[in-house]
Design a protein around this ligand. Structure first.
Ligand code: NDP
Length: 487
């Protein structure tokens, strides 16, 4: 165990010990060693967090949008000031390379807070004259919202959920994934330092049970989850009992389609980013790479050569490209998929197993792996693996590839590489996916709506669209004449 002290719950602007008296360990995935102990919230803690959030929200919603916005923008500034330490913490807890975390995690969280800080004063309703008078609409906060995070982008997810919720005048109780519970607490500290009233952002760590308690709670108006499809369904079922609204950001098995006229170097770079960034643990990843038959050999040659150069290692070394999988269990699951891929007849072009990293013998490292010789029915082509495993497929016509790309229960994202502008837009139109990139992959600026179709989710994060999921619209009719009662 490192010398980092126990992490308590964050309720009403301060650290509090859990009523459960229970703690769990969070591990460093590069070494398997415990980083520190983390409090586990039970029902009494969740109840306390809800009461605190109700009190905080009453203060917060009475403030003007501009005042709320200033707190969010100040928090973004603090995030940037503490970027190095936060990025190291994220790399330590989640195994993400330090080459990524300052920008993709801390920077993206700060971008989001700045964006919604700027938007907070702009929420407005509509006016319309109607027979007998007029009506206006009021976008109102929902009340206490719950955010439940996955472990792959811990601080980013905490910001993507809390920034629009808070900008709109809600309070949020956030439950980070049990595997990466540390950075949301730092965000809470910075919110407080920036002037956020107590109770407006509470953090309750714990397991799935803590998530269930939050989802079922009668004092909670809304749940926003990032997680697996199965968890999304469980959350939606639980939320149905009290008709809470839900935003669900779930899994995917997204296609990247590379046509014969594509810029090959860009397409190869995108395929690598879409499979190996964050060790492949990204929901929107392009895990099915469809390459036109006529350029298959050239594409593979470049892809293999560049993938072989990737450096696995200590996530805290700035030269590392890939760190470890988030946990030993998750690594075992990814390795099992690789074995299934081999058994079902796939051929491994690169990688294909656990990686040994000198000095990190207990780390959860998996080699970046490229499979060829696949067909659409194989398990690894159908199921989300959430690791550095790229499935290569080829195609001969646009019609054929679109049919195959859409033949999945998921619908999170997709990409197309072509120099033909009409084809690019045509394919974007036909892809059954919530996000499509043309000649790019996995860029998610905060200005752009983010969210999936089909079993990949419900609702959008980021952009002004996020406000629709954190407000309720009240309609107010105002009479300009008398009441004409016939009795
Ligand atoms: P999980 O679904 O296992 O967990 C997500 C969160 O939900 C965790 O905090 C978890 O707690 C909690 N939880 C689990 N069960 C319940 C329940 N019944 N009720 C309430 N909360 C519950 O996902 P992972 O953390 O394993 O993350 C990986 C998944 O997330 C992948 O499928 C990935 O595609 C998806 N994802 C989607 C994104 C998107 O935006 N579309 C982005 C990133 C990831 P605990 O950690 O304690 O189990």
């Amino acid at each position: 165990m490192s010398d980092m002290e126990d992490r308590l719950l964050w309720i009403h602007g301060d650290y509090v010990a859990p009523e459960t008296g229970r703690f769990f360990e969070t591990l460093n995935p590069a070494t398997g060693e415990a980083i520190c102990r983390v409090a586990e919230a039970g029902q009494a803690d969740v109840d306390k967090a809800v009461v605190s959030a109700q009190k905080g929200q009453a203060v917060w919603r009475a403030m003007s949008g501009a005042e709320r916005g200033r707190v969010l923008v100040k928090t973004a500034q603090l995030l940037r000031e503490h970027c190095d330490a936060l990025a190291r913490l994220e790399s330590l807890d989640g195994g993400k390379p330090l080459a990524e975390t300052p920008e993709a995690d801390v920077g993206s969280a700060a971008d989001c807070l700045e964006y919604f800080g700027g938007q907070a004063a702009s929420l407005q309703g509509e006016y319309q004259a109607v027979p007998g008078g007029f009506f206006y609409t009021r976008p109102e906060p929902l009340g206490v919202c719950v955010g439940i995070g996955a472990w792959n982008y811990p601080i980013q997810i905490a910001a993507w959920k809390s920034a629009p919720a808070l900008a709109a005048g809600n309070a949020m109780i956030f439950k980070p994934a049990e595997l990466t519970p540390l950075s949301a607490l730092k965000l809470a500290e910075l919110y407080k330092q920036a002037g956020l009233p107590d109770g407006v952002f509470n953090v309750v760590q714990g397991m799935a049970d803590t998530g269930k308690m939050l989802t079922a709670h009668s004092g909670v108006a809304k749940v926003s989850l990032t997680g697996e499809v199965g968890t999304g369904k469980a959350v939606m079922r639980a939320a149905a009992d009290s008709l809470k609204s839900v935003t669900l950001e779930l899994g995917g098995k997204s296609p990247l389609i590379v046509f014969e006229d594509a810029d090959l170097d860009n397409a190869v770079g995108a395929a690598m980013l879409g499979n190996f960034y964050t060790q492949g643990q990204i929901c929107t990843n392009s895990t099915r790479v469809f390459v036109h038959q006529s350029i298959r050999d050239a594409f593979i040659e470049k892809l293999v050569a560049r993938t072989q150069k990737l450096r696995l290692g200590d996530p805290l070394d700035p030269d590392t490209d890939l760190g470890p999988m988030v946990s030993a269990d998750h690594m075992a699951g990814v390795l099992e998929y690789i074995e299934i891929g081999k058994k079902e007849g796939g051929s491994v072009l690169v990688g294909g197993g656990r990686a040994k990293v000198p000095g990190f013998e207990n780390g959860n490292f998996v080699e970046p792996t490229i499979f060829d010789g696949l067909n659409d029915k194989m398990t690894i082509v159908r199921e989300e693996i959430f690791g550095p495993v790229l499935s290569l497929l080829d195609f001969s016509s646009e019609e054929e590839v679109l049919e195959r790309a859409n033949n999945t229960e998921f619908g999170l994202a997709g990409g197309v590489f072509t120099r033909d502008i009409q084809r690019g837009h045509r394919v974007a139109d036909r892809l059954d996916a919530g996000i499509v990139w043309i000649n790019q992959y996995n860029l998610t600026p905060v200005e752009m709506p983010f969210g999936g179709f089909k079993q990949s989710g419900i609702g959008k994060e980021n952009s002004r669209r996020a406000f629709e999921h954190y407000t309720r619209m009240k309609t107010v009719y105002v009479a300009e004449g008398d009441v004409e009662a016939p009795y």
